[in-house]
Design a protein around this ligand. Structure first.
Ligand code: IYR
Length: 226
């Protein structure tokens, strides 16, 4: 098929190197302070911060620019409670039966368990859905499936953007993947093509929030130069 691509000029700002170094160092300094937080204050968060972070996530690259994501923002206390209870039911089963001893051992450094009060304490929970396929109306007006390419990678990248944007806005997050997550699609009434990808409580840390004392690998351990 002939290409239908329409090209226009790139809006790219060439920075002088001093400015590049300044921005790079500043971003690094801020980003390395991000921590997964499990103790939240109930203080509300400005809606605009959440919206802007989702705009940032929505700017992520995706396979064939299909943008196979939906971000459900939940601030209703009753709905958060319902999600917490359903997550805890699944997690209880996971921790007590489904997770292997090896998995539990790997998790020991984090000290997590099946209890998920943060889902209710945080003023806002974002559930990210991956659209496994798209739906488009055909000539007969019926919905038909559109294949999505690299949807896992695409949504993973968008969630990285989202977490970075929320952190840079001065908000705390937890990257939470209760397993299995199907209950989220049911509670939130999402269609069959949408698969829960991650659940992210967002808010301010509780005054006495604690985090596990863990560290990240050094550059020399993660980077190879050829
Ligand atoms: N989903 C469970 C278990 C869990 C798994 C991994 I891998 C983590 O890095 C953290 C937790 C939970 O959220 O407790």
């Amino acid at each position: 098929m002939a290409s239908q691509a329409v090209y226009g000029p790139l809006d790219f700002e060439r920075l002088d190197e001093a400015e590049q170094q300044r921005r790079s160092a500043e971003f690094l300094r801020r980003m390395v302070k991000r921590r997964s937080v499990r103790h939240f204050s109930s203080e509300p968060v400005p809606a605009r911060l959440i919206e802007n972070a989702i705009r940032v996530a929505g700017s992520a690259p995706s396979g064939a620019n299909q943008q196979p994501w939906t971000f459900a923002v939940i601030s209703d206390p009753a709905l958060k409670r319902e999600i917490r209870l359903a997550a805890e039911a699944e997690e209880k089963d996971s921790y007590q039966r489904r997770m292997t001893p090896e998995w539990l051992e790997a998790l020991a450094v984090l000290g997590t368990d099946w209890r998920k009060p943060h889902i209710e304490d945080a003023p806002c929970v974002i559930v990210v859905f991956r659209q496994a396929y798209g739906i488009r109306k055909n000539d007969e007006g019926q919905g038909e499936r559109v294949r999505h390419y690299y949807s896992e990678e695409s949504v993973g990248i968008a969630v990285g953007f989202l977490l970075a944007a929320l952190h840079i806005s001065g908000l705390a997050t937890l990257t939470h993947t209760p397993s299995p997550m199907k209950f989220l699609a049911e509670i939130l009434g999402r269609p069959a093509n949408e698969r829960p990808f991650v659940l992210i409580p967002v808010g301010y840390p509780a005054e006495d929030a604690k985090v596990p004392l863990i560290s990240k690998k050094a550059l020399s351990e993660i980077m190879l130069s050829y």
